[in-house]
Design a protein around this ligand. Sequence first.
Ligand code: GUN
Length: 292
Amino acid sequence: MADIIDGKAHAAGLRAHLARRVAQLHADAGFVPGLAVVLVGEDPASQVYVRNKAAQTRECGMQSIEHRLPASTTQDELLALVATLNADPEVDGILVQLPVPAHIDPERVLLAIDPAKDVDGFHPLNAGLLATGGSGLVPCTPLGSLMLLKDRLGSLAGLHAVVVGRSNIVGKPMAQLLLREDCTVSVVHSRTREPAALCRQADIVVAAVGRPRMIGPDWVKPGATVIDVGINRIALDDGRTKLVGDVDFDAVAALAGAITPVPGGVGPMTIACLLHNTLTAACRRRGVELPD
Ligand code: GUN
């Protein structure tokens, strides 16, 4: 039976460490990092995420600045708010919660965010810096997944990592991060031939496809480390719903070396890394060294 990687506990430890550093910065440099979160519309899942982000921001001692806009907000109005936040010296990080309503082009919005405040790491400049070895801001879910992998495995150099999924938000930046750690990286996607056979060669599997329980035991080498990024809500026979990952947890846990559960694996790490990025952005913007 695989070891279960406790993302919830790891995220709590990371947040406690962040809180200590935020307090030290306040004492030494006299400022409090500020994170602005913008939610357009009333998507229920987004409302829960935004509430959690705001609460955890405050718990870490940082300032949470929330902007809740109606679904009827125009693209120009949203761009004007982003411009205001870009110019606000108290705002170190800006996050526009996705998805935005259909009449707004998310690419336009992400491009408008000052890359130095882009704590999601979604701006093409930050994506380019990640690909070319620079130090920009790194997307939170891949960053959190990498922290769990390094905590478990130490050096990742020379390991074969297979990333299942090629989204701009997770799959592509995850592959870049693993490459930066000297892994040999394969990216499996919908057009890959024999994906299970390829995945079965991997020392590390990162599943980020958004398909419930797609990765079965025939995809995983015995002893491999499995990171499940998927969060899928499925209907049960009795009418209730349940959150499951992209990995068939029970079957894969029987042979993997270690695996993240859903919920309680990568999910909590994402918000903790958002706060980590906010602290990093604040120190860089303000020309202050990041405390240990
Ligand atoms: N919606 C779901 N996850 C995310 C995220 O990490 N960032 C943003 N901006 N929106 C999201």
